[in-house]
Design a protein around this ligand. Structure first.
Ligand SMILES: [Zn+2]
Ligand SMILES: [Zn+2]
Length: 255
């Protein structure tokens, strides 16, 4: 039971991060009516729970990452840090500065992302995060069959968002193969990326940053794109940028 919860929470959490915060908020690869956007925003909050990511802060940080990939100004390049923890710490500080508006971004990185101040404030409050953490803990207390499930699996549920970010940002710019020379260190870590729903095709994604499909070669599978295609076929969203589209300049504005 706890394994099913772990796997589904992991996959859903990273799927919503990929579809909502990354492909929609940061890149606006697709459009949807405002009401649908609110539903998706709320579902993202429910699924990501205690480690929900503010879409404005995520989008600004991520656009900086594309503009400065693997240079000193990249907010999270593994080539600028001795280990993943110092990289995560620096990312977290910059993320909080944008989430709490202690720092203003360059105008070109601002705007075009979904904003719902009430929900983002509510999601970011300690009582909300603790309430989600308590629910995960109660589930483990009820269904865990070994003590080590509580010791080693439960803590991941509290911080899934940052863990996924760290895996993608560290491994995706350090381990794997390259299809393209993008002038940075981006790599494709896995040819079948179910672990992070397509996010580990960093080399392809830095080449065609506006392409909603992160796969580039016949043997590569991007699960996030498959889900997006289904949503488009059901007319829930409409794909905005074509496959193999490069980064649009200037950044698209909000609908
Ligand atoms: Zn990258
Ligand atoms: Zn991106």
């Amino acid at each position: 039971m706890v394994y099913a919860f772990f796997v589904s929470h992991w996959l859903l959490s990273v799927l919503f991060q990929s579809l909502f915060q990354h492909r929609y908020a940061a890149h606006r690869m697709y459009d949807m009516p405002k009401r649908t956007e609110r539903v998706l925003h709320f579902l993202t909050f429910l699924v990501q729970g205690s480690s929900y990511l503010d879409s404005r802060a995520y989008a600004i940080l991520h656009r900086e990452h594309h503009a400065f990939s693997d240079t000193e100004r990249d907010p999270h390049s593994p080539w600028q840090h001795a280990n993943a923890l110092t990289m995560m710490w620096r990312t977290k500080k910059r993320y909080s500065d944008y989430a709490h508006r202690r720092r203003e971004p360059e105008p070109r990185f601002d705007g075009g992302f979904p904003e719902w101040p009430w929900l983002d404030r509510f999601a970011d409050s300690w009582p909300t995060r603790i309430a989600f953490g308590t629910m995960y803990s109660l589930f483990y207390l009820a269904f865990a069959t070994h003590w080590w499930q509580i010791a080693f699996m439960l803590p991941f549920h509290f911080v899934l968002g940052p863990v996924h970010g760290a895996i993608v940002n560290w491994a995706g710019h350090k381990y794997g193969y390259q299809n393209f020379d993008n002038g940075d260190k981006s790599r494709n870590t896995l040819p079948f990326d179910f672990l992070t729903m397509g996010e580990l095709f960093q080399n392809n994604h830095h080449k065609w940053a506006a392409s909603p499909d992160f796969a580039a070669r016949w043997f590569e599978v991007d699960p996030g794109w498959q889900v997006l295609k289904l949503l488009a076929a059901a007319r829930i969203v409409s794909i905005r940028t074509p496959q193999r589209a490069v980064f649009p300049e200037p950044l698209p504005k909000a609908a």
